[in-house]
Design a binder for this molecule. Structure first.
Ligand code: NAD
Ligand code: UFG
Length: 343
C-alpha cells in the first residue's frame, strides 16, 4: 500500500492530522527531527489508534535522511508540516529560518522528484497576507511579509509554483492556515510550546492553569469591537480534516491550489479570554500592555474557496476550541513532560 510521508508529524498540527489519517485508514510514516516536539506525541497517538506508527527520525535538510524514508517505504505523497514557526525567533535567526524552511523544502522536493513522488500538501499561513486592506481575506489578495518566518512561507509558495511550471506532473496544494487552536477531545495530545508561549491560546491556557500570573493583552486601541486584536481561530481537528480532504482530491487538481483554511469568523483577544473562562471555570487575569510590533488589527478568512474545491468547512466553534484546549492543558500542565502514567 502506498504511504503518505508526514514531515513534522510529531508537532502540534501534524500529530492531529496523523491521528485523523490513521483513523480514516491511510498508511503513513512520520518524518521528524524533534527539534520542536517529542516522540511522546507519537506514543500518545499510537495509544489512541492502538497501532504502531512508522517513524523516520531525520532532518528535511538532509538528502540522506529523506532518501532513507523513500528507500524504506513506498511513498506516494507528502504532507509537509516540518518547519520553524516562531515569528520573533525568525527575526533573531533569519538564516536558521531560511535554511530550515526554504532549504529544507527544496531538499524535500528534490528527493521527492528523484523518487517519482510528485504530490505535496504544504503548510502555508495567513501571515502571507501581511496587513490586508479589507477582511474577510480572499486567496486572491496581495501577499507580503514583515518578518523572515512569513517571507520563508512566501518563498516556498513561489518555489512550489515554479516547480509546477517546470513539470506539470506535480500536484501541489498550498493550505494557508489562520490561527490553529484547540486539541483532540481525548485531552492527550495538544499544543506544547517550549518556554513562554508566543501565541494567545497557549498563554491563556497556561494562565488559567496557574502557570502564568496574568495575560498581557497587546493593545486595546485597535479599530475593532473592543480595541483588541481580532483573529480567525480554527480548531486544530477541523484544520487536520482539511488535509484529509486535500489528500482525497489532490489527483483531480490540474493547477497549484492555494486555499484558506479558516472559519470566516473573527474573535477579539478579550472575547477569547471570556470564552476560555467560561469553558474552564477559571479566571484568566489580564493587563493591557502596549501593542506588539508587527501585529495587525484584524485578520479573518473568506473560507468559501475551501468549501468549493475541498468540500471542507470548519465545524467546531469557539466553545469547543476552549473546552478542548482546557482539557489538554489541565490534564497536562507541563505538556508532554507531564506525568503520563494514566494516559
Ligand atoms: P510544530 O513546531 O508543533 O511542528 C513542526 C514539526 O516540524 C515539529 O515536530 C518539528 O520538530 C519538526 N521540524 C522542524 N524542522 C524540521 C526539520 N528541519 N526536519 C524535520 N523536522 C522538522 O508546529 P505546528 O504548529 O504543528 O506547525 C506545522 C506547520 O504549520 C509549520 O510549517 C508552521 O509554520 C505552519 N503553520 C502553523 C501555524 C500555527 O499557528 N501553529 C499557523 C500557520 C502555519
Ligand atoms: N496576543 C495577546 N497576548 C499574548 C499573545 C497574543 O494579546 O500574549 C494577541 C495578539 O496581539 C493578537 C492575538 O492575540 O491580536 C493573536 O496572537 P497570536 O500570537 O496567537 O497569533 P498571530 O495572529 O499573531 O499569529 C499566528 C502565528 C503566525 C501565523 C498567524 C496566522 O503566530 O505564525 O497566526 O496563521 F502566521
Amino acid at each position: 500500500m502506498n504511504k503518505i510521508l508526514v514531515t513534522g508529524g510529531a508537532g502540534y498540527i501534524g500529530s492531529h492530522t496523523v491521528l485523523l489519517l490513521i483513523k480514516a485508514g491511510y498508511d503513513i510514516v512520520i518524518f521528524d527531527n524533534f527539534c520542536n516536539s517529542s516522540s511522546e506525541s507519537i506514543r500518545r497517538v499510537e495509544k489512541l489508534v492502538d497501532k504502531k506508527i512508522d517513524l523516520i527520525e531525520g532532518d528535511i535538510r538532509s538528502t540522506e535522511d529523506l532518501q532513507r524514508a523513500f528507500d524504506t517505504y513506498n511513498i506516494d505523497s507528502v504532507i509537509h508540516f516540518a518547519g520553524l514557526k516562531a515569528v520573533g525567533e525568525s527575526v533573531e535567526q533569519p538564516l536558521n529560518y531560511y535554511d530550515n524552511n526554504v532549504n529544507g523544502t527544496v531538499t524535500l522536493c528534490e528527493v521527492m522528484a528523484r523518487n517519482g513522488c510528485k504530490k505535496i500538501i504544504f503548510s502555508s499561513s495567513a501571515t502571507v497576507y501581511g496587513d490586508p486592506a479589507t477582511t474577510p481575506i480572499l486567496e486572491s489578495f496581495p501577499t507580503s511579509a514583515t518578518n523572515p518566518y512569513g517571507r520563508s512561507k512566501l518563498m516556498i509558495e513561489e518555489i512550489l509554483r515554479d516547480l509546477y511550471i517546470s513539470d506539470k506532473e506535480w500536484k501541489i496544494v498550498l493550505l494557508r492556515y489562520f490561527n490553529p487552536v484547540g486539541a483532540d477531545s481525548s485531552g492527550t495530545i495538544g499544543e506544547d510550546p517550549n518556554g513562554i508561549p508566543n501565541n494567545l491560546m497557549p498563554f491563556i491556557a497556561q494562565t488559567a492553569v496557574g502557570k502564568r500570573e496574568y495575560l498581557s493583552v497587546f493593545g486595546d486601541d485597535y479599530d475593532t469591537i473592543d480595541g483588541t486584536g481580532v483573529r480567525d481561530y480554527i480548531h486544530v481537528v477541523d484544520l487536520a480534516q482539511g488535509h484529509l480532504n486535500a489528500v482525497e482530491r489532490i489527483d483531480n487538481f490540474d493547477e497549484v491550489m492555494t486555499i484558506n483554511l479558516g472559519t470566516g469568523r473573527g474573535y477579539s483577544v478579550l472575547e477569547m479570554v471570556k470564552a476560555f473562562e467560561k469553558a474552564s471555570g477559571k479566571r484568566v487575569p489580564y493587563k493591557i500592555a502596549p501593542r506588539r510590533a508587527g501585529d495587525i488589527a484584524t485578520c479573518f478568512a473568506d473560507p468559501s474557496y475551501a468549501k468549493e474545491v475541498l468540500d471542507w468547512e470548519a465545524q467546531k466553534g469557539i466553545e469547543e476550541m476552549c473546552q478542548d484546549s482546557w482539557r489538554w492543558q489541565s490534564n497536562n500542565p507541563d505538556g508532554y513532560r507531564s506525568e503520563s502514567s494514566n494516559i
